[in-house]
Design a protein. Structure first.
Length: 118
């Protein structure tokens, strides 16, 4: 079964949904959630694929924020010092995988994600 071709503009917005999560690394507070949220709110009605990737990116980034917060709290028990870098690495690796999958036109479901938006 062959996939239907995806318009290059739609594919670019699918990628931007995931790529926008790196805006948190630029120093924007909660930018990892706000970036994909803005892209999704603006473009969700234009394509089912953009809607899907936007929701996935937002759900993952909210979940990742929760994991990071819990890891920071666990620093008081000295467990979090190992968890914080692991959570950040986990987030970076799986966001890059999602970007690659979006570029290929595939739907990608992030692992260990709480589905806030369905």
């Amino acid at each position: 079964m062959e996939k239907a071709p995806i318009d290059s503009e739609v594919r670019n917005w699918m990628i931007i949904c995931h790529l926008a999560s790196f805006s948190g690394a630029l120093g924007i507070p909660v930018g990892n959630v706000i970036g994909p949220l803005i892209v999704w709110l603006i473009k969700k009605d234009e394509s089912e694929q953009i809607d899907y990737h936007g929701k996935e990116a937002i759900n993952f980034q909210i979940t990742l924020t929760i994991y990071t917060f819990v890891s920071l709290l666990l620093c008081f028990l000295f467990i979090g010092f190992a968890l914080v870098p692991a959570v950040l690495l986990f987030g970076t690796v799986f966001t890059i995988i999602a970007i690659v999958k979006a570029n290929e036109g595939d739907r990608y479901r992030y692992p260990l994600t709480i589905r806030f938006l369905r």
